[in-house]
Design a protein around this ligand. Structure first.
Ligand SMILES: N[C@@H](CCC(=O)N[C@@H](CS)C(=O)NCC(=O)O)C(=O)O
Length: 215
């Protein structure tokens, strides 16, 4: 029995929802509201489950897993149907590099708690907060666009013609960029791959607006 602790707008949760859907795995959703009551992720119940106080968390029977990339790799090994990592080691390294460019270089700088710290502790105004978001996002997307546009290994998806871990990371980050009104014209390859992914039911049903906790 799989249980996902998730928040509809969380891009890290969105990654895992896509992976679960691509693998055809059903799961129970437990919403963790990141804003209500000062953030339910900071409550004692959730903090005991994941001391980093971040979603997502996946429970697979007695196994409790944190960190979206680690969770997706676990799912890929535990439930090997519909592989999300290529069979060759060079391919796996490329897919992980794309995924980590998003998950390690862009996302952590623009996470809720970072934006809250800028505003609440450092007194940054909302225009400067938006500049911060746009700066790190465009720096990362520009690099990603160059990585993907020039590579013969890029196909309909980030790596070839099947969705991988890299696409699980790309689509939520593009969704987030659009939510923050970032112009996307300079990233035609990212937009093309995102649009292709969004034709698949697994990506559509994992979107924030399709989640039971969407408000
Ligand atoms: N590296 C973590 C990042 C998890 C993360 O940052 N989750 C965000 C939502 S996307 C969160 O829970 N934020 C709560 C907060 O900032 O207080 C992962 O990939 O799972």
């Amino acid at each position: 029995m799989l249980t996902l602790y998730t928040y509809f707008r969380s891009s890290a949760s969105f990654r895992v929802r896509i992976a679960l859907a691509l693998k055809g795995l059903s799961y129970e959703s437990v919403p963790v509201h990141l804003l209500h009551d000062g953030g339910e992720q900071h409550g004692s119940d959730f903090s005991a489950l994941n001391p980093t106080e971040l979603v997502p968390v996946l429970r697979d029977d007695a196994q409790i897993l944190a960190q979206s990339l680690s969770i997706i790799e676990y799912l890929d090994e535990r439930y090997p149907e519909h592989r999300l990592l290529p069979g060759d080691f060079a391919g796996r390294a490329r897919v992980r590099a794309i995924a980590q460019t998003i998950a390690c270089e862009i996302h952590p700088l623009n996470n809720l708690r970072v934006l809250q710290y800028l505003e609440r502790t450092l007194g940054v105004d909302s225009a400067s907060r938006q500049d911060w978001y746009a700066h790190w996002l465009t720096l990362g997307f520009a690099a990603l666009e160059r990585m993907l546009a020039k590579s013969p290994e890029t196909g309909q998806f980030c790596h070839g013609d099947h969705p991988t871990l890299a696409d699980c990371c790309l689509v939520p980050q593009v969704y987030n960029a659009r939510r923050f009104n970032i112009p996307m014209a300079d990233y035609p390859t990212l937009c093309r791959i995102n649009d292709h992914c969004m034709q698949l039911a697994a990506f559509q049903q994992s979107s924030p607006e399709c989640q039971p906790d969407a408000t």
